[in-house]
Design a binder for this molecule. Structure first.
Ligand code: PRX
Length: 672
């Protein structure tokens, strides 16, 4: 690799970033990158030395097997070391770095009237009190705690409290349905659920406790509930609208199981000795969609995740002490885990923690918050950018965005139009856009520019982060040299990669390591251009990416076929202006059932209820029959082309009945 020069339009890092940048130019990136691959032991040891270890490692920084033909797949980082994540992200800063009075979070509520600042010292105190509450409830090292909360400070307190006592947090995004919550609690076998009474998302009041109760009830029906206590935060009643609005919400209560947070926190002691864990002890489980439809509990461990999230945060956002950083993701997703909680805190950063949505109470809310807190580093998703682009420049012109220095994106490929708008209109042409490619499984960024070092090409996640060795394989598992397109894989681990699928190591090996022995398979397609830049082309498995949220065709199909009128269903993606991709569903009805507007609405509602609003289909098409091969396999390629109205279908000889295609074209949905 050399310093890139290209015929295309490139965006070079601005000079004013270079002065105090951690990686000030491309040659420095290359030198560090080389070191990270040639001498990973020295590279990661230096990073580890910045943190506190109760006991040093006895094993190497990284040990692994990535080759299924040679035995079980494993990754270990710093075997023998003892540490605690919470100690490293809080006590170390308050006690050893004197950062107690520094603001850790500016919490900004759904309504602009609700906000507060939380210092590192206050955070430590709340976390310790919560840790003692959890202990009081019987939670011990290794136990799982499910968390179903909106973006409120207590979400951070609870996750760090788990980390402090060695419990494994299992956060479920609060937009998921009771069914999805139940499925994840059962899989994690959690003993405690933490939730809140209710929350406003924009104008909409959501009775979280009721959804949580429904989930617990479903678990009991399945006779697999392990949850004995439910800790309930009085968020809506105390913090949001007072008076009449408050009465709108009846919090259902079971005094055998439910405990009010404020009552138990009040008398809980502020001191709590951290539990010293093994480097490879689990830190958390986070479920991500799997192609079978059943979510996978991605497991991350303590030491490797600490090193990786802290280092990527520091370099990718070129973090400095006086920054105000804002990541708009929800902590219910991996982006929030790594880049709202752990990465920023490990660096002693000041972050904005935002509960609301981009368009409430007005479409300038993001820009208002950037001005209010003088945000310097801003990290969001292409879907949010596309949504806000629709309102034009005017909402931004009312606010002072001159504090911004670096912009980031994550979650899906960013289209050039959205990239340009982000760069020109939000960043006023001054701020590099770091397009970070990664996954729940990777724990942190794996392909990403470094803002002061990497010349940018809009839409490319550019180059690998330190310690990451990508390559592109063709269908036969042969590596492509130079330019080419194929499967994106990684040849070796980095400290933050997942260790297993919780309680299903076999699924872990089959999903990520079986197809190409010796490599971790991302499931994404990728192109490398003549300058060595990597371009993610999207998923090449049965996954869909809607507004940056991954879901599997199988899980949506399973929900669709639960409708009594639906005999069979097939789901594909169709491009969408704001969401990137949206769900286009083909349903075959049972004999004598009529396809009409009412049925379409019922089916859409069912998917919302089963999975959550993020999975609401945009299109439901009647499919008297589905295109199948003679062996009965649905040919999704053809359905995708029908959804996109691509008439040139190529070879249809594999189809059992080619006439089906014509029929489907004649009934396709034009508009949602
Ligand atoms: O398809 C890729 C896409 O999101 C997938 C991972 O989704 P998830 O595990 O939910 O994590 C999302 C946040 C890290 C990837 O397999 N993806 C993520 N970031 C990008 C992306 N696609 C293109 N460009 C990106 N920057």
């Amino acid at each position: 690799m050399v310093v890139p020069e290209s015929q295309e339009k490139m965006y070079y890092p601005p000079d004013d970033l270079k002065g105090d940048a951690h990686v000030p130019d491309f040659n420095s990136y290359l030198a560090l990158y080389r070191k990270s691959l040639e001498n990973p032991e020295a590279f990661w040891k230096e990073i580890a030395d910045e943190f506190s270890w109760k006991k040093p490692a006895t094993g190497p920084m990284l040990q692994y097997n990535f080759d299924v033909t040679k035995g079980n797949i494993y990754v270990k980082c710093m075997e023998g070391a003892k540490t605690n994540m919470c100690y490293n992200v809080l006590d170390r800063l308050v006690k050893e770095r004197n950062l107690g009075e520094k603001v850790a979070y500016y919490w900004e509520g759904n309504s602009p009237d609700h906000h507060m600042a939380i210092t590192y010292r206050q955070l430590l105190s709340q976390v310790c009190r919560c840790a003692n509450v959890l202990k009081q409830m019987g939670v011990k090292k290794g136990d799982r705690v499910s968390i179903y909360l909106p973006m409120i400070p207590e979400l951070v307190y609870t996750m760090l409290a788990c980390a402090r006592i060695g419990a494994v947090h299992c956060i479920v995004f609060a937009g998921f349905s009771s069914e999805s919550l139940c499925e994840r609690m059962v899989d994690a076998q959690s003993s405690v659920l933490v939730t809140a009474d209710g929350v406003y998302r924009g104008e909409k009041l959501i009775n979280l406790k009721q959804i949580a109760d429904e989930a617990l009830e479903k678990c009991r029906e399945k006779a697999s509930s392990s949850v004995t206590k439910c800790l309930v935060i009085k968020h809506h009643a105390l913090r949001t609208k007072s008076g009449a609005a408050c009465n709108k919400l009846q919090t259902p209560w079971d005094s055998d199981c439910d405990v009010w947070w404020d009552e138990v926190m009040r008398d809980s002691p502020e001191e709590c000795e951290p539990e010293w864990l093994d480097a490879e002890d689990p830190l958390f489980i986070l479920h991500t969609s799997g192609s079978t439809g059943k979510p996978k509990g991605v497991l991350h461990t303590v030491a490797g995740y600490l090193l990786y999230t802290s280092l990527t945060f520091k370099y990718v956002f070129d973090h400095h002490h006086d920054d105000v950083y804002w990541c708009t993701a929800d902590i219910g997703w991996i982006t929030g885990h790594s880049y709202i909680t752990y990465g920023p805190l490990a660096n002693g950063a000041t972050s904005v923690l935002f509960e609301g949505i981009p368009v409430h109470p007005h479409v300038g809310r993001f820009w208002e918050i950037i001005e209010k807190y003088k945000v310097t580093k801003f990290y969001t998703a292409p879907t949010a950018i596309r949504l806000l682009m629709k309102y034009g420049r005017e909402p931004l012109q009312k606010y002072d965005l001159s504090s911004l220095r670096i912009l980031g994106t994550v979650g899906e490929p960013i289209n050039p139009e959205a990239w340009q708008w982000y760069h020109e209109v939000v960043g006023q042409g001054r701020c590099p856009v770091v397009d970070t490619f990664w996954q729940t499984e990777t724990g942190g960024h794996v392909l990403t520019p470094l803002p002061a070092a990497t010349p940018l090409k809009p839409g490319s996640a550019t180059f690998p982060f330190f310690g990451v060795e990508p390559t592109i394989l063709n269908e036969h598992g042969e590596e492509l040299e130079g330019e080419g397109e194929g499967y994106l894989v990684f040849r070796r681990p980095w400290p933050g990669i997942m260790r297993t699928v919780y309680r299903n190591h076999e699924r872990f090996e089959n999903t990520y390591f079986k197809k190409f022995p010796g490599f971790y398979l991302t499931g994404d397609g990728c192109r490398r251009d003549k300058d060595g830049y990597y371009w993610i082309t999207g998923r090449i498995d049965d996954m869909l990416n809607v507004s940056g949220h991954l879901m599997s065709t199988a899980e949506v199909e399973a929900a669709l076929t639960e409708h009594p009128a639906v005999a069979e269903a097939a789901v594909v993606s169709r491009p969408h202006k704001v969401k990137g991709e949206c769900l286009y569903c083909f349903v075959t009805l049972k004999d004598s059932r009529e396809f009409n507007h009412k049925l379409v609405e019922e089916v859409k509602r069912l998917v919302r209820e089963k999975i959550g609003p993020i999975a609401t289909p945009d299109f439901i098409q009647n499919a008297p029959a589905l295109p199948k091969t003679r062996s009965g396999k649905i040919m999704r390629r053809i359905l995708r082309q029908i959804a996109r109205n691509e008439k040139d279908l190529g070879d249809l000889s594999a189809l059992a009945d080619p006439k089906v295609v014509e029929e489907l074209f004649s009934q396709r949905c034009e508009a949602a």
